[in-house]
Design a protein around this ligand. Sequence first.
Ligand SMILES: [Zn+2]
Length: 306
Amino acid sequence: MIAASMLQRLRNKAGYLLSSVGKRLAGGHRNCPSCGAAPAERLDQKWLVTSFCRCERCQLLYRIPTSDARENEAFYQEDYTEGFTTDLPSAAEIQDLIATRFANSEKNYAHYLAVLRALGVSPGARLFDYGCSWGYGSHQLAAAGYEVDAFEISRPRAAYARSQLGVSMPEMEALPSASYDVFFSAHVIEHVPSPSAMIALGMRLLKPGGLFVCFCPNGSLTFRQRAPRDWHLMWGQSHPQLIDEVFLRHAFPQQPLFIHSAPLLHGAQPEHLSPVSGWSRQSDVHFGNLDHVELLFAVVQTPSCG
Ligand SMILES: [Zn+2]
């Protein structure tokens, strides 16, 4: 099983590098996946053929050559392997995970639930879990008392979430606007074909005053200076873009915005939660810190969104 997974990773890497060489030779695949503008400055490079840039218009940090939506979908249906994230648990394994409430699992959502509580999201709130993989997070969010709907691009993982964990996965096209209190995503925005399209979807689905809550790798210069090797390894094939405060301030110029980072730890960490619970939702932008590997940002849906 491990050997097969490693082989798949090697195949992915070889395919990615060959495709990158081909795209370099052919030209193109340089414009921002989120807004279509040209790259402004090159910040990093790997393998001679891939580089990492900031968009001159929307300020997104993204990898060149870019992937299009068709390549992205094929990758997530067929090639993407991230160990436990994408290996579907057996019937016995899922029974054990449910019985133990994922407590001993690396997919324990205690940290994310603590952040939601610190943001003042009460049980009973309607929450949309965008990019739910096989449903481990949606299940725990529902068990914590939230009314959860979810979406997952991978059909096998979506089917597993629905059938094995009872996750509600309505048709995206049929979702009414302004119907959720929280649009939640954990480690999704760095993978999607277009962050701006994901943000627009979230803002459309949120009720006025609702919260767009997003966890992702920390692309900020502050974290790069603290951990240059970690930052260098964060972007690449499966992370075609990173989010940082420069992009967020440009994406949300008018809305109350909160930006914070924490170590990737499971279980509530009071010292990392106090800036979250202290956010007033009133000011234009409020920073916790940008020192750690996992970025959290939250935005209030207001009439000027979108
Ligand atoms: Zn852009």
